[in-house]
Design a protein around this ligand. Structure first.
Ligand code: PEP
Length: 251
């Protein structure tokens, strides 16, 4: 019933020329792999080059952030309308790096999510616990709280365009992957929160990704889990062969 979404998050890597070259390499490797959506979320400056390079392929382009206001005095920010006009279809919201380094809060994650959805973008909303929160036993409480805060005022119809990425902070960029059971459990808490807000039908249709050091070696096991509907992939999305192998694992 749910379709896998395999999304790369390049973070602050690749120039526009590099983006063009990397997507050129990636295209033939993921061609015809139509059993999942293939998405690359790229730095804002790379968007035009990435959209152009991905033309005619099954790769969709996403952004890594979006502002919640439509326009105005917000120096350095990018609106949802700007992203849509540039050919962007997806946007990552509330990544733990934005929460950690750029003052992102559950409130701003919610506002960005609403702005993205109202503009017709697909929102990849990130939630996840730190190691300390996990060790204190707060994982379920925290994941449910972050999920519910992010989805406040989202309509049931808009949930078709919501993807939630469970990304344990301790597993991002560390090489430490959650076990498949931990990923399944975390994703299950997220789905339960969606069910509490929107009912079981919508929860069962909502795509919940796992993210955190997913790679070509561990993807098949993670994706085999009931609640894992895809991946948000940082490091391995910069390596065409590794990313393509994850796409293969989702076929
Ligand atoms: C991410 O950036 O969302 C991520 C999961 O990174 P990595 O795959 O490198 O851990």
């Amino acid at each position: 019933m749910r379709r896998y979404v395999i999304a790369g998050n390049w973070k602050m890597n690749m120039t526009p020329k590099g983006a063009e070259a990397l997507i050129g390499e990636m295209k033939p490797l993921v061609e015809g792999k139509n059993n999942c959506d293939v998405v690359l979320c790229v730095p804002a400056i790379d968007i035009p080059a990435a959209v152009e390079a991905a033309k005619g392929s099954n790769i969709k382009i996403g952004a890594e952030n979006v502002h919640f206001k439509a326009s105005g005095a917000y120096t350095g920010e990018i609106s949802a309308e700007m992203l849509v006009e540039a050919g962007v279809e997806y946007v990552v919201i509330g990544h733990s790096e934005r929460r950690q380094y750029f003052g992102e809060t559950d409130q701003t994650v919610n506002l960005r999510t609403l702005a993205a959805l109202n503009a017709g973008l697909k929102a990849i909303v990130c939630v996840g616990e730190t190691l300390e929160q996990r060790e204190l036993g707060y994982t379920e409480t925290l994941l449910k709280y972050q999920t519910k805060m992010a989805l406040t005022n989202v309509t049931p119809e808009q949930m078709n365009n919501v993807i939630i990425a469970y990304e344990p902070v301790w597993a991002i960029g560390t090489g430490v992957t959650a076990t498949a059971d931990q990923a399944d459990e975390g994703n299950g808490y997220v789905r339960a929160a969606v069910a509490e807000m929107f009912g079981a039908d919508i929860a069962n249709k909502t795509v919940v990704q796992y993210g955190g050091s997913m790679n070509d070696k561990n993807a098949a096991e993670l994706l085999s889990k009931e609640n894992v509907d895809g991946g948000l992939i940082g490091g391995a999305s910069l390596k065409p062969a590794a990313f393509a192998a994850i796409v293969d694992a989702a076929q």
